[in-house]
Design a protein around this ligand. Structure first.
Ligand code: SF4
Ligand code: SF4
Length: 430
């Protein structure tokens, strides 16, 4: 467990990594200030006010401050608890409350997504171009999947025929984004895993990872979802739990066990959550552990843009897993070009791009200037919110396609060469 905010030595290192502070350049928008405000509130020197709520909420919850703090201050947990308290005291925007309500039950989300899909189908382009979410025109958002991804595949998928001998079973946590928006990411993840010889189980009973609810004070709703997910994903017989979204991944890795402990859900549930945390791996780390067996082609028969490829590293990946850059840099057939600010935050931050459009626009604008400088025509990123936030702000003249790195690699993969004994040295037991 990391030390509490009392440990903050006010050194200011966290300021240099905070994307919000870098844009606003105001002490009150810094992680250090939030830590001090929370401390003052805890010591009853500061009252709960709407201004305090605003200062705490203007944060992307990217985790960069916690990852870089030399005193081990646990910003993440204290921000989350404080947000929850302040929402209890002062409420939240109606539309955000609506989002928490929908995410709390899979069937509500399913219904809302069905209606939104119908809306996308009938809304004339000129109307969609006039309405904005944050400062992004509605017609710049991605089209929703015509069918939920999880309905398009069986619950259990056998390894691909070309894979030869079966290598084990993995579970796949699809998250809401692949299920409802980016179905092609889900197909690519399944394609890569089955081609590598794995049986893939996509538990039907899975729901939102709970992070959006935790950021917006929906603690009870989050607990219900987390317990449901622990029930579905705790399987002693599986080798790994694969995620394609870094935020879902960081929830499975850190929040599930933390919530079981914080709300005293018993030792058994905590142990199950810890087991899930240990087995959780993002798809690109999984690919990396098998890279020596995979053969890619320079040209692809499937329609991916030719030319250099660049990458945006999402904060939750950077702070919980390892950058997909190590995969891209290690494949001779990929013409990878890093942007000057590959690992800088994009300003998406869950609902941050909607709640603080000016700050989000400035952060994303600088990323877009830099991607233009690379000359890349394909821009990869693992996080669906980063992808929405960045792709919506590109000009059509940019002619840049954004996709998940798993999709890009699946299209380039031509063969998997298995070692004779069916095991490989670099696979870390997978
Ligand atoms: S880096 Fe840590 S110790 Fe330094 S100011 Fe920020 S929170 Fe305090
Ligand atoms: S979580 Fe990210 S945005 Fe929030 S204070 Fe820390 S570094 Fe800044």
């Amino acid at each position: 467990m990391r030390e509490s905010s009392g440990n903050c030595g006010k050194c200011g290192i966290c300021l240099s990594v905070c994307p919000v502070y870098k844009v606003l350049k105001e002490e009150q928008a810094s992680p250090r200030a939030r830590v001090q405000l929370i401390r003052a509130y805890g010591e009853k020197r500061l009252a709960s006010t709407p201004l305090l709520k605003e200062l705490i909420a203007k944060c992307l919850m990217c985790g960069s401050c916690a990852a870089n703090c030399p005193s081990g201050v646990d910003h993440y947990s204290s921000f989350m608890e404080m947000r929850s308290r302040l929402i209890d005291d002062h409420g939240d925007r109606l539309e955000i409350r609506g989002l928490v309500y929908l995410l709390a039950r899979e069937r509500r989300l399913r219904m809302a997504m069905g209606m939104a899909r119908m809306g996308q189908g009938v809304l004339p382009d000129r109307v969609a171009a006039r309405f904005k979410l944050g400062n992004i025109a509605v017609d710049r958002f991605p089209r929703l999947n015509s069918r939920q991804f999880r309905k398009t595949v069986p619950e259990e998928i056998a390894p691909a025929k070309e894979a030869g001998q079966e290598r084990g079973t993995v579970l796949y946590f699809t998250g809401c984004a692949s299920n409802y928006i980016y179905g092609e990411t889900g197909e690519a993840v399944v394609g890569l895993l089955t081609r590598l010889g794995y049986r893939v189980i996509i538990p039907r009973e899975q729901s939102c990872c709970s992070v959006p609810m935790l950021y917006h004070g929906g603690v009870d709703e989050a607990l219900t979802n987390i317990e449901q997910n622990i029930k579905s994903f705790h399987r002693p017989d599986i080798k790994a739990i694969i995620v394609d979204c870094p935020t879902c991944g960081s929830a499975l890795k850190h929040e599930f066990a933390a919530m079981m402990e914080r709300f005293d859900r018993g030792e058994l549930m905590r142990q199950k959550a810890l087991d899930i945390a240990e087995k959780t791996l993002d798809i690109m780390s999984f690919v990396y552990s098998h890279l020596s067996e995979m053969r890619f082609s320079r040209d692809s028969s499937t329609p991916i843009p030719e030319g250099p490829v660049s990458y945006h590293l999402p904060c939750h990946l950077k702070n919980s897993f390892v950058s997909a850059e190590r995969v891209l840099n290690n494949i001779a057939e990929v013409d990878y070009v890093a942007a000057e600010d590959t690992s800088e935050c994009c300003g998406g931050g869950g609902t941050f791009f909607y709640e603080y459009p000016e700050v989000a626009g400035k952060i994303a604008g600088s990323k877009i200037d830099n991607i233009r400088r690379t000359g890349a025509k394909t821009w990869l990123t693992d996080c669906p919110v980063c992808r929405i936030n960045l792709s919506a702000r590109l000009d059509s003249a940019d002619d840049i396609t954004m996709m998940h790195p798993a999709k890009y690699l699946q299209q380039k993969l031509v063969d998997v060469i298995r070692e004779e004994d069916g095991d490989c040295d670099s696979c870390n037991g997978l």
